[in-house]
Design a binder for this molecule. Sequence first.
Ligand code: F0G
Length: 347
Amino acid sequence: MDRYRPWLPVSDATPALSLGEGATPLVHLRRLGGQLGLTNLHVKIEGMNPTGSFKDRGMVVAVAKALEAGARSIICASTGNTSASAAAYGAAAGLEVVVVLPKGAIAIGKLLQALVASARVVAIDGNFDQALAVVRELAARDDHPITLVNSVNPHRLAGQKTAAFEICDDLGRAPDILAIPVGNAGNISAYWAGFTDYVMAGIVERRPRMLGFQAAGAAPIVLGHPVEQPDTIATAIRIGNPASWTLATEARDESGGRIEAVTDEEILAAYRDVVRLEGIFCEPSSAASLAGVAKLARAGELDQDALIVAVLTGNGLKDPHTAEAHAGASILDAAPTVDAVRAVLEW
Ligand code: F0G
């Protein structure tokens, strides 16, 4: 909030709040890029934020503004990361935090982040879209004042713009292509707004083409209609009726970009490749951005030397079950002797 203060809806009346969010690494993927024939492929590692996802950029602004307005409680629906972030920033701000989640569909690390921070966790027998409808209605009622901190809260998107600023500041220009996973469609909209701010201020000349990727089983924007029962291994983006649908399609169209689907197999392949070849462990939903880039590169649809930034939205440690089931790693058991260890290593 301090670094990008002029761009944010904050004033001297806004309480100071920070867990050290932002300033995440931009890393050049030489090995994976080489395999794909791309010389200039980078990732923005948003899993390095304090609660392990990009949500912290927007949550810090939303919670500070809630404090400024005198709120005592905040509420959100979530596929996991928003709730982890709300729980952390709400704790730091001394607010009551209520999170409403789709039962059985949240990666265990994210659920524990909310629970250990003492958020009040309500699991509904329904999906994210239903949870969002419930919290929107609860926040709109007068009988129990509570501030909604989903990305329909404009302060969330304002804060998330800072990732686009950082990318431009690091590169000295905007990338040619920005690839990003799309769930509720807030983040792609926030990046687009951030790039637009920087062009309007004359800091960069052009905006990137925006390439958004949804999971094939949860691809309402690609299909052009809501999906009643979204399903994908990428639980963070298991969303059938995105709140920022229109903003996302505007970003796509104004940038000459695309929003496409990637299958769970493609997502899992990218999820494994980026850690095996580059040492970067992201969560499955995050890998949708790289899966999409890989697919378009293999189809010959990307310039070999295009400056590409793929956003890795969340940390792989959040979802150990998917890692265990799909990363293919196995443990070699051995007795505690040199010979036994040599034997299992086949030395
Ligand atoms: N990647 C991750 C890791 C996410 O957690 C999300 C969204 C997205 C991508 C998609 O971003 O919704 O702005 O299009 N997670 C939300 C949540 C829905 O509740 O944590 P989006």
